[in-house]
Design a protein around this ligand. Structure first.
Ligand code: FPP
Length: 252
């Protein structure tokens, strides 16, 4: 049976992805976890291309969590190496496709050389007009909220902000990159049903899609399946179905 085509008017503006399952993918094939991560890097390249082609405006990838620092040293080094390789090899294609790079997280623990490469890539691509690709690197959702609160308290001490006037919008302006809109769709591969400390503030009303596909096997077709599933949902943001339909009719 052929699947219905995607509705080009309802492509999620921002997709966030928890890329899970490299290790299990490798284990099932009797190869090393690092080989799984290498295959994962290929999947990452293909999904970036496909998302940009679909017209997604923002793509946030959970590349390395704060908790990932506790993995074996060799695995951490291999992941850092892969990211560096991505930045070296792909930067020309990223430029050619007009993709803009950003990163969120606590960069101070990243190797200096990698930090420099990330900064250079962000600077080089800053005026690109197409999709913005956000790497969550050395990232934790709770830490992001704590870091925002710290900056906010400092500003309150300096008298720049009145605690009584604090609201959600003001708070969100203190997150790592306030320009990034909340994700419309969060995809998690690797058959897990957790958010794993990812974008905790931003996913309040995000649609969540989980798939059994392990990240190295996730490609354009799987991305389209996730978007199709998203398009079948009704986003109510706490309203009733009737209210949402009424608002849609009013805007016609
Ligand atoms: C999860 O697999 C994946 C990661 C730890 C990060 C994502 C890494 C890549 C896509 C490879 C490219 C690297 C970078 C940093 C861009 P897992 O090891 O947790 O899988 P498992 O749950 O099956 O063990």
């Amino acid at each position: 049976m052929t699947e219905p085509p995607l509705n080009s008017d309802r492509i999620p503006r921002h997709i966030a992805i928890i890329m899970d399952g490299n290790g299990r993918w490798a284990q099932a094939r009797g190869i090393s976890r690092n080989e799984g991560h290498k295959k994962g890097l290929e999947a990452l390249r293909s999904v970036i291309r496909s998302a940009n082609d679909l017209g997604v405006r923002w793509l946030t990838l959970y590349a390395f969590s704060l908790e990932n620092w506790n993995r074996p040293k060799l695995e951490v080094a291999s992941l850092m190496g892969l990211l560096e390789r991505y930045l070296e090899i792909e930067i020309d294609e990223v430029m050619e496709k007009g993709i803009r790079l950003r990163s969120i997280g606590r960069p101070d623990r990243l190797p200096k050389r990698l930090q420099k490469k990330v900064d250079q890539a962000i600077e080089r691509t800053q005026n690109n007009p197409n999709m913005t690709l956000v790497f969550a690197l050395s990232y934790g959702g709770r830490s992001e909220i704590v870091d925002a609160a710290r900056k906010l308290l400092r500003d309150a001490e300096l008298g720049k902000i009145d605690p009584e006037s604090l609201d959600e919008k003001t708070f969100a302006a203190y997150l790592y990159d306030p320009e990034v809109p909340d994700p419309d769709l969060l995809i998690r591969t690797g058959a897990e049903l957790r958010v794993s400390n990812f974008l905790l503030w931003q996913i309040a009303y995000t649609e969540i899609y989980s798939t059994d596909v392990m990240w190295p096997d996730f490609g354009e077709r799987e991305l389209i399946d996730a978007v199709r599933d998203y398009q079948s949902r009704e986003r109510r943001f706490g309203l009733t179905s009737e209210q949402v339909r009424g608002a849609r009719d009013d805007s016609r």
